[in-house]
Write a protein that binds this ligand. Sequence first.
Ligand SMILES: *Cc1c(COP(=O)(O)O)cnc(C)c1O
Length: 435
Amino acid sequence: MFKRKFYIPDNKIPKKWYNIASDLPEALPAVLHPLTRVPITPEDLSPLFPMEIIKQEVSTERFIDIPEPVLDVYSLSRPSPLIRAYNLEKALDTPAKIYYKYEGVNPAGSHKVNTAVAQAFYNKSEGIKRLTTETGAGQWGSALSFAGALFNLEIDVYMVRVSYNQKPYRRALIESYGGTVTASPSSRTEAGRKILAENPNNSGSLGIAISEAVEMAVQRDDTKYSLGSVLNHVLLHQTIIGNEALIQFDLADDYPDIVIACAGGGSNFGGFAFPFIGEMLRGGKSVKSIAVEPFACPTLTKGVYEYDYGDTAHLTPLMKMYTLGNGFIPSSIHAGGLRYHGMSPIISLLKKLNLIDAVSQKQVDCFEAGIKFARTEGILPAPESTHAIKTAIDEALKCKEEGISRTIAFNLSGHGHFDMSAYSDYLNGNMSNND
Ligand SMILES: *Cc1c(COP(=O)(O)O)cnc(C)c1O
């Protein structure tokens, strides 16, 4: 009998996050104030985030302890499984070994809860009662609403209008966990009203929804803002994924040559790949990491590396990152979680230094890969995650062509059970080949 799944014994469960800032060959460029363009101070960020999170944002300590109450919630679903995809390998007739880490087992169905729980905990500890946030496809909004339910925080979610209309069950999930949802752009904020005045049919973007959530957060002392990706502390919290995977590869007596994850703002790529990249930066085994983005929103592969705002109304600080421009509105692809104009500054720096690779994939090809995965391994992946699967299949087929075996690992960031209308579109041939 071959071994398919790798479990971590209780006494080996990781109790720390990994901070890649400690191992970067160059310091990260300063983050600039949106009005003065001088480097921001912790005080500048304090209307938006609790102090403990601001400290993590600028920390260069290598490992950061995960608080006990956060570990306690993690234990509902973590450690997540590392699974060898034997059936997929066989279907591809490849000499490659393919593994995937499955984050769809988490509450709300994706990796996002790993940081949602930590952010809810730190805000609660500093006396905050309410969090505002944006969501694309709704995974982040539902993860934060779940965390809000556990730590007794009100969650106010601005949901990109196209997803609000495409994914009514995600909305219902957010509401089931106790969050409230507003379609963005909305008339509740200055930023939203301005955009609606220009175009009442604006389908929204993450950049616009962020502007609305930030605007609402700064108006009340008991309210702060929470971001589901991009920022250093978010990627830090997600490294629980890669830290577990390192132990699981030890148990499998194997090590990846290639690690792959899709990238919207970069939290699931960073969370999975950073612990492996860290090993490499400290002189350990080398690894090729591939960030996969949609053809319709090719930030790393077609964007420019320059200072840009995180949002459309220019309320957030300026970060040096790969960007398509803060006004960029991608086409309405189903992978709503990947429709962001910018990218994590850490991932951007790694790309600039050629320490990671990036590719883009077309939507139809990704759905085809997702269906192949469902028909071999059984899990129906989130549209976002299909980008990683498509790239893993490409790499496995390259191994076949070259007649060599490589170990390929990808992060299956979530399940697709709330994305059935997207799968219907694909199966009924209603998906454009242009995206
Ligand atoms: C949000 C999301 C992503 C992409 O977000 P990142 O910020 O790049 O992590 C990928 N997969 C799923 C299932 C998501 O919900």
